[in-house]
Design a protein around this ligand. Structure first.
Ligand code: 13P
Length: 254
């Protein structure tokens, strides 16, 4: 499997000019990269201005979606609209939305179901806080997030979902943050696969990519891909500079 490298730009950059500049230099730098798949997830508003030239290992994603396809839902953006603009992936369950926007597991589940129905690929994020980790609740939290987030998702549908372990305490902007040791990331990815296997049967989940996110950069990418054996990474801060992001992709492809 080619490593999947996903850029989550979060609420950045603040101008269309800067977004186009960043996107174009990443796209240019990826021309000769065949052994990695890259997904750029900009803010919605820039999506239709970012043009992918053909024969690239580059596709577009976004950072959120609403669970209805159309109708009287002021301010929302539907899976159908995203599909129409050529978007292929959607981040759901990110800890920043769970925390700042009170997104619940039930809302996340509705979003995942709507995406699967529209044939878009969810990038489903799970992860525990520093406090939960200290209390020894990590396994319980991950199990519950997966169980609730994937409620009524079938064995066939799970193959189109990307699961991401993103411990909140390792995210670059978290206070008193720490790096997640690669052994711990690997242990968690094995745990996530076990949880999926219990729910769907072993054969059904081997094709579900499991990624790691949390302060990934060009200095530690090798640890997460080679040592921790993750199928890819979700990159926040380090995806906002084309040079650093391209370095990550180039190291990840091996
Ligand atoms: P950082 O890479 O900045 O830690 O962000 C991680 C993240 O939240 C990606 O979704």
């Amino acid at each position: 499997m080619k490593p999947l490298i996903i850029a989550n730009w979060k609420c950045n950059p603040t101008t269309l000019k800067a977004a186009k500049g960043l996107f174009n230099s990443i796209q240019k730098g990826l021309r000769d990269v065949k052994k990695a798949k890259v997904v750029i997830c900009p803010p919605f508003i820039y999506l239709s201005n970012l043009k992918i030239s053909k024969s690239q290992n580059l596709v577009l994603g976004v950072q959120n979606v609403f669970w209805e396809q159309k109708g009287a839902f002021t301010g929302e953006i539907s899976p159908q609209m995203l599909k129409d603009l050529g978007c292929q992936y959607v981040i759901v369950g990110h800890s920043e939305r769970r925390k700042h926007l009170n997104e619940t597991d039930e809302m996340i589940n509705k979003k995942i179901k709507a995406l699967v129905k529209a044939k878009l690929q969810p990038i489903f994020c799970v992860g525990e806080s520093e406090e939960e980790r200290k209390k020894g609740q990590t396994i319980q939290i991950l199990k519950s997030q997966i169980e609730k987030g994937l409620k009524e998702i079938s064995r066939k549908e799970i193959k189109n979902i990307v699961l991401t372990y993103e411990p909140i305490w390792a995210i670059s902007t978290s206070t008193n943050r720490k790096d997640c040791p690669p052994e711990e990331a690997q242990m968690m990815s094995l745990l996530l696969r076990k949880i999926l296997a219990k729910k769907y049967g072993r054969g059904g989940v081997n094709r579900t990519p499991i990624l790691y996110g949390g302060n990934v950069n060009s200095k530690n990418i090798r640890l997460y891909i080679d040592e921790a054996q993750m199928d890819g990474v979700l990159v926040g801060g380090a995806s906002l500079g084309s040079k650093e992001f391209l370095k990550i992709v180039k190291i990840a492809r091996g």
